[in-house]
Design a protein. Structure first.
Length: 314
């Protein structure tokens, strides 16, 4: 095989495309440029839990950098600090997954129309994913929020695209009174709630349903962990045979900077960590083997980008 043919083969491979996409994201970051996806206000989901204050710093930053002038000096400073971290320069808009901007740019070049998707948690990411995937399966713990997302999908997307979505509400189970209102699951020695069924739903419900008509289904090509009990969801995605496609499946973990979201992903897999602010780290992996030549080269190229994709001191 000639050098030119070998180069073309690598660049066309999934590992080569991952490394190239991350390189483009790095170039954009160094140039202080970003390309947000914008949509009509009517297509945007309302703030989670109906709490308008939760996204107001972000909305202010995306529309008017001088917004948020009311309140004490400390309050105004805090709002400006939050707005800077949540602005479209660092995070997806309310028309995109709410994760790191440069991770989004990379994923947008990796997700393909024939890919089958799975997400733990729903939201603006659901609409973004449906526009790119063959189909999407979602697990959501919050019933009212899921109903809101269903309504938005039905009204904002073409019927054919909306029909590609399968979603299931799997609520938290209280182990102690009021346990589902807190984050007790993050204390394994004294949990106040359980998301076990939430974690297991893809394997117990979605995979059997798909394989009933597609026995050779290799697993989901694109899996996003962005909801409750993320460490357990990550274990499920990486350790459950047949959940993630072994042929270069993509795995995404948002808010990867949290100490509660520790992972044990194979070091053979390709990995890029994107962080522009302390609260916006998103990790992306691609299933790979240690001996695959394309994976080996992509691994080296991604290693060389670490200083660009992650903020200094992270």
């Amino acid at each position: 095989m000639s050098e030119a043919v070998a180069e073309a083969s690598y660049r066309a491979s999934r590992p080569g495309r991952f490394a190239s996409a991350a390189q483009i994201a790095c170039t954009f970051r160094r140039a202080h440029l970003f390309a947000p996806l914008l949509c009509p206000l009517a297509h945007m989901l309302p703030p989670p839990d109906g709490n308008a204050s939760g996204l107001s710093p972000y909305d202010a930053a995306s529309r008017d950098p001088a917004a948020g002038r009311e309140g004490s000096l400390n309050q105004r400073g805090q709002r400006r600090h939050e707005a800077r971290h949540l602005s479209p320069e660092h995070m997806g808009t309310r028309c995109e997954p709410w994760m790191n901007r440069h991770a989004l740019a990379t994923l947008d070049r990796l997700v393909e129309p024939h890919h089958r998707g799975l997400e733990w948690s729903s939201g603006s990411s659901t609409l973004w994913n449906l526009l790119r995937l063959r189909d999407l399966h979602t697990v959501e713990h919050d019933g009212p929020w899921l109903a809101m997302v269903r309504e938005k999908v039905a009204t904002a997307l073409p019927r054919k695209v909306a029909s590609l979505w399968v979603a299931r509400h799997v609520p938290c189970v209280e182990l102690k009174p009021g346990g589902c209102h807190g984050m007790g699951i993050h204390n394994p020695s004294n949990p106040t709630n359980s998301y076990s069924e939430y974690v297991r739903t893809p394997a117990s419900v979605y995979l059997p349903a798909i394989r009933a008509t597609e026995p050779d289904f290799p697993g989901f090509d694109y899996v996003v962990v962005d909801g409750r009990s993320r460490a357990a969801c990550m274990r499920e995605a990486t350790e459950r045979p047949g959940l993630l496609n072994p042929a270069h499946g993509i795995l995404v973990l948002d808010n990867a900077n949290s100490p509660f979201h520790k992972t044990n992903v194979s070091k053979a897999w390709l990995h890029a960590s994107f962080e522009t602010e302390p609260t916006t780290r998103t990790n992306v992996w691609m299933v790979c083997t240690a001996s695959d030549a394309h994976c080996m080269r992509a691994r080296e190229e991604l290693r060389g980008l670490r200083g660009c994709l992650v903020r200094k001191g992270a």
